[in-house]
Write a protein that binds this ligand. Sequence first.
Ligand SMILES: [Zn+2]
Length: 305
Amino acid sequence: MRPFKIGNILISSFVEREGPWRQPEAMFPTSDKATALAHLGEMPSWVYDAGRNLLIINYQTFVVRTERHTILIDTCVGEDKPMRSSGLAYPKQSWLDGFSAHGLRFEDIDYVFCTHLHVDHCGWNTRLVNGRWVPTFPNATYIFGKREYEAWEAEAALGKPEDQQAAIWEDSCRPIVEAGQARLVDSDFELEDGIWLTPAFGHSPGQVCVNFRSGDGHAIFTGDMMHHPLQCREPDWSTCFCSDPGEAAQSRRRILAEVADSDTVVVPAHFPGQTAGHVLSDGDTWRWRFMSFIDQSWISSGPTD
Ligand SMILES: [Zn+2]
């Protein structure tokens, strides 16, 4: 994603993996292929590998630099994590390289927001050091939605063997709380003026969006509220990973309606390429437009004074 600014906030990302991943009909169980292909035909070629019938999916961490804080949003899959599906065992060096290419050290991070606590959003929260899971970012406060954290805590308490979500909670979430670096917050939490959460339940029990406002600018990081631009055209298509597909669709329709036809920059976790964009209304559904750099004074250096 090319860096961009809203007001005095600089937003960028680095990528753990981007590439062809899932068939539309597998990702969206209630979809139909002809409708999906019709929509995909109207989208940029780099959102869909037509030859292999695979959507292009990005796994990335966002960096938000405000005048006071350096903030990460979502931390991808991470390394050394047991009980992960084989498809997530791809090399993780690109994430580390991307992090250092931002001129960052682990010590520099002030806050880590997790939109939710699925495998690809909290993995780098911790690292394995001398056989123990320790917070990757020693000076950071990690912001977890209380509802989300407690849902997976309850799941882990069931003690089911081979439960991947319980393993994720055990190695990537619980150690943060035990280290005293977590803040479990309500779904409408406000960190300070201009940084706040909005609920978007359904994909997971307590998924939230993270909002930033600076000057006239507003950006909303929507996590997995949607995975692909197809879901603007077909907002009722929830994914095979959604814990409550109906609630996920309701959240998606609500948020798309709120941001449509405005200057709000929407930053979904998994959209490929430029990732960020705007939502345009079209009858009772929407269209996605990736952010254009043609006539905007986007910059690629730090925040201005
Ligand atoms: Zn995800």
